[in-house]
Design a protein around this ligand. Sequence first.
Ligand code: 5GP
Ligand code: ZN
Length: 110
Amino acid sequence: MCIFCKIVAGEIPSKKAYEDDKVLAFYDINPLAPIHILVIPKEHIRSAAGINETNEALAGHMIAAAAKIANELGISDYRLISNIGPTAGQTVEHFHIHLIGGVDMSKRML
Ligand code: 5GP
Ligand code: ZN
């Protein structure tokens, strides 16, 4: 089982930000900004590249969950990032969207 599947299963503890039947969101263990949350599908999918016509609704659901979390946290400005593959910075092979906010990122893309 991958590390994020273990978090979904409750075998590794996490600080939850949101949960429903399809999606879990939890605070990143190594935050890169004042708000840094990971939104993941409960189902194991290796990355966003594993999204296709059979499961594309899940990706929309994850973005909707991110929007809901941001709204609950009272932030209107934030960034959603998903790394695909090691040279793009993906270190955990379970699809996740980083929700990053609470800092002015307007002058930098990376
Ligand atoms: P990636 O580098 O794959 O885009 O993002 C993986 C993220 O998962 C990293 O930001 C890293 O800090 C976070 N992470 C890795 N292991 C754990 C963990 O056990 N718990 C939590 N909460 N975050 C983790
Ligand atoms: Zn997994």
